[in-house]
Design a protein. Structure first.
Length: 198
């Protein structure tokens, strides 16, 4: 039986930096952000349902989902965000569980940014939270995505607050040090998860 570790954290906390380090150690990584892109690919039922629900203005000229436009709309409107999540979350969960079932390794890292918000804690055996101060999160998101301060605030407000994530964690990586610190912490957890899986 493969140990399933759910990796989560707020936007800009460093989830990708952590999951990349696990992958470099040979650990299978399933990223639900990537699955969310797959389920809305052209020709998939979720894209049609999104277009029917939110209008064709959220579909780009090439037929793909205009994620930025849709994101601006739903993060400003909690009711619309819930409608979108109702379309996406069941499909992403189904794809994730199918991928987990195929894993032949002692443990797997499943990156679930909205693990607490989507009520998915029961789908994993352990929860690893990547934590960073809000000021660092804001700086990283602005540098990475070029989002306006107000948009970053809306995204942060839509996510579980930091204290809730930390209370729900089995393991925590505090990502406010050097890359060497991050390497050491991931290496330590890798050994721990191998022992737990064994």
């Amino acid at each position: 039986m493969t140990l399933v570790v759910g990796l989560t954290g707020g936007i800009g906390s460093g989830k990708t930096a952590v999951s990349d380090r696990f992958a470099a150690l040979g650990v299978p990584v399933i990223d639900t952000d990537l699955l969310s892109r797959e389920v809305v690919a052209p020709g998939r039922p979720a894209l049609d349902e999104i277009a029917a629900t939110f209008g064709h203005a959220v579909i780009a000229p090439d037929g793909t989902l205009d994620r930025k436009r849709l994101g601006q709309r739903v993060f400003a409107n909690p009711a619309e965000r819930e409608r979108l999540e109702g379309i996406l979350h069941p499909r992403i969960r189904e794809a994730m569980l199918a991928r987990v079932a195929q894993v032949k390794a002692p443990y797997v890292i499943v990156v679930i940014p909205l693990l607490f918000e989507a009520g998915q804690a029961a789908l994993v055996d352990r929860i690893l939270v990547v934590d960073a101060p809000e000021t660092a999160q804001r700086q990283r998101v602005k540098a990475r995505d070029g989002l306006a301060h107000e948009t970053v605030s809306q995204v942060l407000a839509a996510q579980a607050d930091r204290s809730k994530r930390l209370r729900g964690a089995d393991d925590v990586i505090r990502n406010h040090g050097t890359f060497a610190d991050l390497d050491r912490r991931v290496a330590d957890l890798h050994q721990r998860y191998l022992r737990l899986a064994g």
